[in-house]
Design a protein. Structure first.
Ligand code: ATP
Ligand code: MG
Length: 352
């Protein structure tokens, strides 16, 4: 039997409630589809930082390197200043393991109403591909004399040709498997160096994919169109910061942030990829058993797809849809069920 080594990192807050549900669903899928998941837990995150002064062990990256995949919850606690070494765990893993693709499906699940009341399932079905390793989030800058009248601060973003080319190729190849449309979301009309270069390199890559319809949209127009005309989108290709913002909006139009899944993907598979819901650790609802586990469980399905267990991945997504169609939902999605009840229903639907 094929066996996969999976690292499990709950992180903080609701991570402790939803990640174990994700693992249970994955194990049920493994049993049904005849493969084995060998899981190892790591207690990294903001809680770990409070105890050890760092978000992960010194050997953390070395240890995680040998896994086939990392299932991750979310990092963050109110007691840990998040402007400190900002979410170091996530950033470290994303860069060290060259997870340069952030893959975020935006798809309305069965039986769920979008807050966009005129929009149906056929209108909301696209993927945000967010550049995950460079751009605005390289944390290259400084604050000088912050308490003085002449204080100032800088952040320099970084865009490289190879970095833009690889994310663009990923997006166009993905579009070839979907509805063959890539929308580059940019702001090159004001970011006239970095984002103009981003646009130029993407347009060059687009020439290699004549079968894919390519277009460019400014972020301000794109945010409006996510709400007014989501049907315009198939693959949305965008930068690290713009993608961060857009994918929360994507989660919102799916009916809840708690539904949104994501993969931090290393397409070459020379390092493990990491799969996490798009939301954060939600300290305001942690410990209450009411967090929506679907974004987490769906992220696990994306992990299975990435490691090659496509049938099992599809079965999980189908079981999620069957469950939402039955109206078994947590409070954020307008239901009354608990985290465990939603996860158990997904497992029942998966077993069929
Ligand atoms: P981050 O900076 O890590 O992205 P955030 O500050 O954006 O975190 P989240 O933790 O994502 O905040 O929470 C935003 C809101 O959404 C909170 O009110 C939270 O309770 C709610 N929320 C987030 N995830 C879930 C979930 N899985 N189920 C229910 N509600 C959720
Ligand atoms: Mg957020």
């Amino acid at each position: 039997m094929t066996s996969y080594k999976i690292a499990v990192v709950n992180g903080d807050g609701i991570g402790h409630e939803i990640v174990p549900m994700g693992v249970e669903v994955l194990k049920a899928a493994a049993e049904k589809f005849g493969f084995d998941l060998d899981t190892t837990e790591y207690a990294y995150g903001a809680g770990y930082y409070l105890e050890h002064g760092d978000f992960m062990a010194e050997t953390g990256l070395e240890d995680l390197k040998n896994f086939d995949g990392i299932l991750f919850g979310a990092v963050g606690l109110p007691a840990v200043d998040d402007t400190l070494p900002f979410k170091l765990f996530t950033n470290k893993v994303r860069t060290a393991f060259k997870q340069y693709v952030n893959y975020r499906p935006v798809k309305l699940l069965d039986g769920i109403d979008s807050p966009l009341r005129t929009k149906t399932q056929k209108d909301i079905d696209f993927v945000v591909i967010r550049e995950n390793n460079e751009g605005e989030f390289v944390q290259n800058g400084r604050q000088m004399y912050p308490d003085e009248p002449y204080g100032f601060a800088t952040d320099t973003s970084l865009f490289t040709r190879p970095g833009i080319e690889r994310i663009a190729h990923y997006a166009f190849k993905l579009a070839q498997k979907r509805r063959k449309k890539v929308t580059n979301v940019t702001k090159s009309n004001t970011m006239i160096n970095t984002l103009a270069y981003w646009d130029r390199v993407i347009a060059e890559v687009a020439e290699h994919y004549p079968d894919v319809q390519y277009g460019k949209m400014y972020i301000d127009a794109a945010t409006a169109n996510f709400v007014l005309r989501p049907e315009l989108f198939d693959v949305v290709l965008t930068t690290n910061m713009l993608g961060d913002i857009l994918s929360d909006l994507g989660g919102a139009i799916m009916g809840s942030l708690g539904f949104g899944p994501s993969g931090n993907i290393n397409p070459e598979k020379n390092f493990p990829s990491m799969f996490e819901p798009i939301h954060g650790s939600a300290p305001d609802i942690a410990g209450k058993g009411i967090a929506n586990p679907i974004g987490q469980i769906w992220s696990g399905a994306i992990m299975l797809e990435h490691i090659g267990e496509t049938a099992a991945a599809e079965a999980i997504v189908k079981a999620i849809n069957a469950t939402t169609a039955q109206g078994i939902l947590t409070g954020d999605a307008g239901g009354k069920n608990s985290t465990t009840e939603v996860a158990q229903a997904i497992i029942e639907n998966l077993k069929g």
